[in-house]
Design a protein. Structure first.
Length: 305
């Protein structure tokens, strides 16, 4: 039984008049009669006793009315609550991202979000590598799509949205550039260019001090911006780990991207301040999760520099 058919039955059970029911629901009396006859055939019993003067519920009809009424009211209440929540999502929401491929996901999700919540303006900005959490804490960002893990008491971690294999950015003339892959042990053979300002545990994960076998990894220059990392690598000052997808977005003639054969993938997810867990933020998080799932389900296009 479809929702509209339930609505017609319950309205007739209340009005006990085909004409008034039709007028109330903006349908014809013939449509009301057609629906009731269909329901009676499906159930195998009369729901209403009809005479030229009145309409009355049968015992079976009363039982159906009582059973359907509570469920129908719950559906109506749920729809009303959803509509109210949707109307509350107004104003603006500010979303940051740490890498171009994260920005692509945020932009796609923002398009869907705007279509659902046209009264809410979405502002999208890239974030600085050296202070990824500062904008969340000072209120200039509501959400941030970034590399995980983040372990901060005042920051909420959303689910992992996607992961990317790791690669090593090396100077174009470096011996590593001629290889098909590198290993984590190879990090002991070249200075590592790092990014400053991030939490120490995040730096240890992405820019370790030792290889898995305990060999020290020499340190090269530190910087605060991704383009400076690439410039330093291109100038031969060292190497730097990153996502393998960076090769499709940041191609330069003086650098090369060599995949790791043994490094764990980089995981990406949304962060937001614990004090900022609002319906608006939750709605955007839900939209990003949905969009990421849709993108995983579609074939990946051939990304070329």
């Amino acid at each position: 039984m479809e929702l509209r058919e339930i609505q017609i039955f319950l309205a007739l059970a209340e009005e006990l008049h085909f004409g008034r029911t039709a007028e109330r629901l903006h349908v014809t009396p013939a449509r009301v009669s057609q629906v009731i006859k269909k329901q009676e055939r499906a159930i195998g019993a009369e729901l209403f006793k009809r005479t030229s003067r009145n309409v009355q519920l049968t015992p079976v009809g009363e039982q159906l009315r009582d059973g359907l009424g509570a469920g129908y009211r719950q559906i109506q209440e749920a729809l009303a609550a959803a509509a109210t929540a949707g109307r509350e999502i107004t104003g603006e929401i500010r979303v940051g991202y740490s890498a171009a491929w994260c920005g692509n996901l945020v932009v796609a999700a923002a398009d869907i979000f705007r279509s659902r919540h046209p009264d809410c303006v979405v502002h999208i900005q890239d974030s600085q590598l050296h202070d990824p959490l500062g904008p969340l804490r000072d209120g200039s960002r509501d959400l941030h799509l970034i590399e995980l893990p983040i372990d901060e008491p005042d920051i909420v971690n959303g689910p992992v949205l996607f992961s990317e294999p790791r690669a090593l950015v090396v100077p174009a003339g470096h011996p590593f550039a001629e290889r098909e892959t590198v290993s984590l042990e190879d990090l002991a053979e070249a200075p590592m260019i790092t990014v400053t300002g991030q939490p120490e545990y995040l730096l240890d994960l992405h820019y370790p001090h030792r290889t898995p076998k305990g060999r020290p990894i020499p340190r090269g220059p530190s910087t605060t911006a991704w383009q400076e990392v690439l410039a330093l690598v291109g100038a031969g000052k060292g190497v730097s780990p990153t996502s393998a997808r960076a090769a499709h977005y940041y191609s330069r003639p003086d650098i090369a991207y060599v995949p790791f054969s043994d490094a764990p993938p980089v995981e990406y997810g949304l962060l937001w301040p614990a004090r900022g867990n609002t319906p608006k933020v939750r709605a955007f998080v839900s939209t990003v999760v949905e969009t990421a799932a849709l993108q995983r389900a579609r074939p990946v296009p051939d990304e070329r520099p």
